[in-house]
Design a protein around this ligand. Structure first.
Ligand code: AMP
Ligand code: ZN
Length: 460
């Protein structure tokens, strides 16, 4: 029985889907104005693990994600410049070209991390009419009003406004200037649903007609519109990083529930931050690392995945190169112990049960991983059954055991992992030495952007 923590009830709950065996899952997608950093990617790994656990438990998962390509302002409030326009200026391009490029980069990163792509992906700019429809409904029901700069949601009309964050409306921190910038704004927490091409947005590049005038949608309305369009309302689980609790998700809930009279989603789940030097990793903090930086140092993206698997999604995780290196060593050992062995197709039922219990306990993947290690150390189980069981666990862990399992003999696999570690430690003499040992065993080793590849030398 799957139990998960619901931010809305602040409790661990038994998961009960709306439909018997199908789950509607929504993930807040990236703002595609720059490369994702590995903090963002930690959240997508968490969401991938959630989806894999649901699938392991026998559910069919309908997984939808938006791509934010308009309306997300610097600072998440109603004040800053649109992030896409920031990117467009920086690179001298059109915002839609910026969005296209960084969407592709994002999807490549997630592929590298063995994250299964959502089966439905929709950019905000392709759901403008759906966003306008919700704003129209909100206006008709008295939840929205037109100001000088934008159409706003009236937070005072929605009594449950702070339920997700546990914050009272009066406690909500909002920039004081917002009230000054638009004197028509009734309450500081009111947020923009539709911006006009006025004042600071006079020259906003992307804009569309609307019943209130030419303009562009606010950030929060896109997720209300896209999740409803792709999954229906209510759907089962809505996910994102913890920074979305206070504003973005709080606003999504208010808009969707006010417009349609039913909740947007039953369960809200949030992944904790990746930290650097104990502070949040973020683009505005200027302390971020991309997946490319990790690969440049010789690590595999799956080493980073392994590192994330070791921490619970509701705990903060501090990034250091030492932690990544330790994860790399551990992953190499784990893979090294199954590479080249064949699978019996006989999953050990005792271990499978223990693994399932761990992952069903609010996604205790770290425990699941330790059960995989216990399995490997268990002398009473033959290696073919160990491989079969590990391949079964890998449906959730996603560490790519299946890829290596039949391809190279174990002695070559072990040498490859040693060579990778030598390269990470910049011990190039050792890595060359290992290359020679591999060649002496009739294998050819190549360094590719995806890591080392081997090929059996052709004998004539
Ligand atoms: P964005 O591209 O800014 O819309 O963010 C994409 C995802 O990354 C969101 O779910 C954020 O909550 C999440 N996120 C942002 N910073 C971090 C961080 N340091 N650690 C983990 N997740 C983060
Ligand atoms: Zn969202």
């Amino acid at each position: 029985m799957l139990k998960i923590y619901n931010t809305l009830s602040k409790k661990i709950e038994e998961f009960v889907p709306i439909k018997k065996s199908e789950v509607g899952l929504y993930t807040c997608g990236p703002t595609v104005y720059n490369f994702a950093h590995i903090g963002n990617l930690r959240t997508y790994i968490f969401e991938d693990l959630l989806k894999r656990v649901l699938e392991y438990d026998g559910y069919k998962v309908d997984h939808a994600m938006n791509i934010t390509d308009v309306g997300h302002l610097v600072g998440d409030g109603d004040l800053g410049e649109d992030k896409l326009e920031v990117g467009a200026k920086r690179e001298g391009k059109n915002p839609l070209d910026i969005a296209k490029f960084y969407t592709e980069q994002f999807l490549k990163d997630t592929d590298d991390l063995n994250i299964i792509r959502p089966n439905k992906i929709l950019p905000a700019t392709q759901a403008i009419s759906e966003q306008i429809e919700i704003i129209k409904l909100l206006e008709a029901k008295g939840f929205a009003y037109v100001g000088q700069q934008a159409v706003y949601f009236d937070t005072s009309k929605f009594p449950d406004y702070g339920k997700l964050s546990g914050q009272k409306l009066s406690e909500k921190q909002t920039a004081r200037e917002e009230v000054v910038i638009d004197k028509d704004k009734k309450n500081p927490a009111d947020f923009a649903l539709w911006f006009f091409l006025k004042g600071r947005y006079e020259h906003h590049i992307l804009h569309w007609p609307s019943p209130w005038g030419e303009g562009f949608p606010g950030w929060h309305i896109e997720c209300s519109a896209i999740s409803r369009k792709l999954l229906g309302q209510p759907f089962d689980i809505h996910t994102g990083g913890v920074d979305h609790i206070g504003t973005h998700h709080t606003n999504e809930i208010a808009q969707s529930q006010a417009a349609f009279g039913v909740p947007l989603a039953n369960v809200w789940m949030h992944g904790e931050f990746l930290l650097v030097d104990r502070g949040r990793m973020g683009k505005s903090e200027g302390n971020f690392l991309t997946l490319a930086a990790i690969k440049e140092k010789g690590f595999s993206p799956l080493d980073y995945r392994y590192m994330c698997l070791q921490a619970h999604y509701r705990s903060q995780l501090n990034f250091t190169w030492e932690t990544l290196k330790a994860a790399s060593v551990a992953r190499s050992r784990l893979i090294g112990s199954v590479m080249g062995e064949s699978s019996s197709q006989k999953v050990n039922e005792d271990y499978r049960k223990r693994f399932n219990e761990a992952i069903d306990d609010d996604l205790n993947i770290a425990k699941g991983l330790s059960i995989a290690w216990d399995l490997l150390a268990d002398g009473s189980i033959v290696s073919e059954d160990k491989v079969a069981t590990l391949l079964n666990f890998d449906q959730v862990l996603g560490l790519g055991f299946g890829i290596g399992a039949e391809m190279v003999p174990i002695n070559i696999a072990t040498l490859l992992e040693e060579r990778k570690l030598a390269k990470v430690s910049k011990d190039f003499a050792k890595s060359d030495e290992i290359r020679k040992q591999i060649e002496a065993l009739d294998y050819e080793v190549m360094d590719t952007p995806e890591g080392q590849k081997v090929k059996k030398k052709i004998q004539i």
